[in-house]
Ligand binder design. Structure first.
Ligand SMILES: [Zn+2]
Length: 355
């Protein structure tokens, strides 16, 4: 092992101990001026607005990423032969290998240096840059539970012009995906196989009963306002403990400081799974990039295994709804998700081969 790797492991071990000190933190609605006051910790981290930050340059150096000259957009860019990270100061909307990825905390500038929140460093970027690092075990991947959203008297989103309901296209997508994943050798179970109502808590319960290794919830999107302008794919994973979901800001009354939830046991693997599925969907569907996001959706909160919720397109946009109404496009969506599962599985296989 290289000295750099040893150093990182030492830092990571220190961080694991330091995580315990998070418990005392609150996001307590301090005045914004007070939030700016930073406290330096002995381990080189700083506290900004109640969040622990690590030095961005140090973090990137551990992964062989070197700072690139800033372009006209003033973004902070780090790159290696394999990876490229683009950050905007004070924003959670950043770019990882060309994909839009929403961070839990904004990257901050302080004392002339850029800072990355420790939770984002450990649970978002590390699992993408070096899957499996600091993880005690590599998850199995045999049984996959697919969860077609809605059903029965819950139609989900609809498009009246093309006469489609989310519950129907989600079920059809799940059936297509099931076939593809079975061809790849997986055992696949659906949370519903017909048009019936299934309670939200019952869906992850199916995964628990089936001893699932993976849970994929399938949805289609809609917006009430700007209905015509919004299109594209977004993929959600469970929000890590102490962080805000993508739709919430630090000024919202979010539940970010609450105790860890079941879905948080798999934070690092959730990221790896979400990234791989989003990567494939982005590359294959050529739909607008709505981002890899975080939310405490009930199915993700209660998931007993790595889990993801996929929003494959907007029924509120007629052009996108017209595509979603075709079996050919739903097949393409299923193939992209299956491709993401294949990449995730390949990453696990590589880790198993190393251990
Ligand atoms: Zn839905």
């Amino acid at each position: 092992m290289s000295p750099a790797a040893l150093r990182f492991l030492a830092v990571a071990a220190g961080a694991a101990v330091a995580v315990a000190s998070f418990v005392g933190l609150t996001r307590d609605g301090m005045h914004p001026a007070s939030r700016r006051v930073a406290a330096a910790e002995a381990d080189g981290t700083v506290r900004l607005g109640g969040v622990t930050y690590v030095d961005l340059a140090d973090f990137c150096a551990r992964f062989g990423l070197a700072e690139q000259p800033a372009g006209a957009d003033k973004k902070i860019v780090y790159a290696s032969k394999w990876s490229k990270l683009e950050f905007e100061v004070d924003s959670r909307d950043n770019t990882v290998n060309g994909l839009r990825v929403f961070f839990g905390d904004p990257v901050r500038s302080y004392r002339g240096r850029a800072w990355l929140s420790r939770v984002d460093a450990e649970l978002l970027l590390t699992p993408i840059l070096r899957p499996g690092l600091d993880q005690a075990r590599v998850p199995a991947l045999k049984t996959i539970v697919l969860d077609p959203g809605h059903g029965g008297n819950d139609s989900g989103k609809t498009n009246d012009r093309f006469k489609i309901a989310e519950k129907d296209v989600a079920l059809d997508t799940a059936r297509r995906l099931k076939k593809l994943l079975e061809t790849q050798g997986y055992t696949v179970v659906l949370t519903r196989t017909e048009d019936r109502y299934v309670d939200l808590a019952e869906r992850p319960a199916v995964a628990r009963r089936e001893h699932a290794d993976l849970f994929i919830s399938l949805h289609y999107n809609s917006v009430a306002s700007r209905a015509d302008s919004v299109t594209g794919v977004e993929v959600f994973t469970m929000t890590p403990q102490f962080q805000y979901s993508t739709a919430d800001s630090e000024h919202d009354d979010d539940d970010g400081a609450k105790a860890a939830m079941p879905g948080n046991a798999n934070d690092a693997w959730n990221t790896l799974l979400g990234y791989n599925i989003f990567r494939e969907m982005h590359d294959e569907l050529k739909a607008p990039d709505r981002g890899l996001k975080r939310a405490r959706w009930k199915v993700l909160v209660l998931a007993p295994c790595p889990a993801v919720l996929v929003e494959s397109g907007y029924l509120s946009n007629d052009a996108e709804a017209r595509k979603i109404a075709t079996p050919a496009y739903r097949q393409q969506i299923a193939e992209a998700i299956a491709g993401g599962v294949r990449s995730y599985g390949a990453a696990l296989d590589r880790l198993r081969a190393k251990s």
